[in-house]
Design a protein around this ligand. Structure first.
Ligand code: NAD
Ligand code: TDX
Length: 346
């Protein structure tokens, strides 16, 4: 059966890298990118492949079950790679209900469509999730696929719930699924609300760098291209009804990461050393701020042969270069022009 893959959230940060990879690497597949183009979705991310013969775009909200069913019917969808989500923890603290709608109800709409249209086993519902579902670690230890779910933010609670629904559809209706829980991504095309692109944007504009608390929180960082490679590997070779953790083997305390970013920015901008670090401003901590995430990615490493290819120093340098070379992209997504574009496209 020729694959017709529905990729949701394909205009977002990670989704656009996954769509590009699949469109280019698998010309024999049909790739349908379904995205509502919220503030985080941007078709500029896909300019280079938008005319590819095997690529289609559908501007649809995953809360609209009728339209999702129409897409399944129109393209005879064989597989789903589900990335559409509200993805920012700080926004989830301001408005949890948006996360309930998109991340939980939206996921259930997609599961219902898959359940209704797929009559045989030769399908796959791939749910892209986060390590934040496991809650927080102390100073030692790692999250494994067996770690108990213990989400602390409205964002991670909504993602945990969506993971449970995917698993429940597997158990109850026999839906063939796979889930991956991945650590913090960084790289080109990330919306400048997340730590790394926000700080790049602020350094360029000589604005303060708001480090939450004392900057002691630790994250495991993964270059987005390595995540896309892992998704490709799991999609093609992962086992049904299994979970795989994906991580960078790359833990950094926020303050150390920010100082590295400042150093690289100073070098690239030709600043005196210490110029960017002087912008660091310690601010009130994020409520419920998880102390430390660290992934044990030995399952995907041993079973599927995946490991990250890029060190943080290397990936960060490439990321900064991308943002400096694409200042118009950054300008557009942070100015009213882009908001107007979204409004006029509704
Ligand atoms: P993002 O916010 O950059 O992109 C989300 C995309 O989903 C956007 O294109 C947006 O338009 C679309 N979308 C949002 N609501 C929608 C709706 N109701 N209907 C249709 N489309 C909608 O997110 P991201 O960082 O690329 O994350 C993608 C996925 O990966 C998410 O499920 C997220 O939970 C997961 N994830 C992200 C990270 C990370 O570090 N960014 C790490 C692990 C897992
Ligand atoms: O201004 C900031 N100052 C700051 O100190 C921001 C935006 C963040 N931080 C801290 C909070 C975190 O400890 O930096 C760390 C990274 O923050 P985010 O970029 O907001 O990411 P995080 O909250 O860790 O969640 C991310 O990784 C897991 C993604 O947003 C999620 O979608 C993903 O699931």
């Amino acid at each position: 059966m020729k694959k017709k893959i529905l990729i949701t959230g394909g205009a977002g940060f990670i989704g656009s890298h996954v769509v590009r990879k699949f469109v280019k690497q698998y010309p024999e597949y049909t790739i349908i990118n379904l995205d509502a183009l919220t503030y985080a979705g941007n078709l500029e991310n896909l300019k280079d492949i938008e005319k590819a013969a095997n690529y289609y775009f559908e501007k649809i909200n995953i809360l609209d079950a009728t339209q999702i069913n129409s897409v399944f019917e129109k393209y005879a969808i064989t597989d789903v790679i589900h990335l559409a989500a509200e993805s920012h923890v700080d926004r989830s603290i301001l408005s949890p209900i948006d996360f309930v709608y998109t991340n939980i109800a939206g996921t259930v709409n997609l599961l219902n469509a898959a359940k209704a249209y797929w009559k045989k086993d030769a399908h796959r519902f791939y749910h892209v999730s986060t390590d934040e579902v496991y809650g927080t670690l102390g100073n030692t230890g790692f999250f494994t696929e067996e770690t108990r779910y213990s989400p602390n933010s409205p964002y991670s609670a909504s993602k945990a719930s969506s993971d449970h629904f995917v698993r429940a559809y597997g158990e109850t209706y026999g839906l063939p699924y796979v889930i991956t829980n991945c650590s913090n991504n960084y790289g080109p095309n990330q919306f400048p609300e997340k730590l790394i692109p926000l700080f790049i944007h602020n350094i360029v504009n000589k604005k303060p760098l708001p480090v939450y608390g004392k900057g002691d929180n630790t994250r495991d960082w993964l270059f987005v291209i390595d995540h896309a490679i892992a998704i490709d590997r799991v999609f093609h070779h992962g086992k049904n009804h299994e979970t795989y953790n994906i991580g960078g083997f790359n833990e950094w305390k926020n303050i150390d990461l920010v100082k590295l970013l400042c150093k690289q920015m100073d070098e690239k901008l030709g600043n005196n050393s210490g110029t960017s670090e002087a912008l660091i401003s310690y601010v009130k901590d994020r409520p419920g701020h998880d102390l430390r995430y660290a992934i044990d990615a030995s399952k995907i490493n041993k079973e599927l042969g995946w490991k990250p290819s890029v060190s943080l120093e290397e990936g960060l340098s490439q990321t900064i270069d991308w943002y400096l070379d694409n200042s118009q992209w950054l300008e557009d997504v942070t100015s009213g022009v882009y908001k107007e574009y979204i409004r006029s496209n509704k």
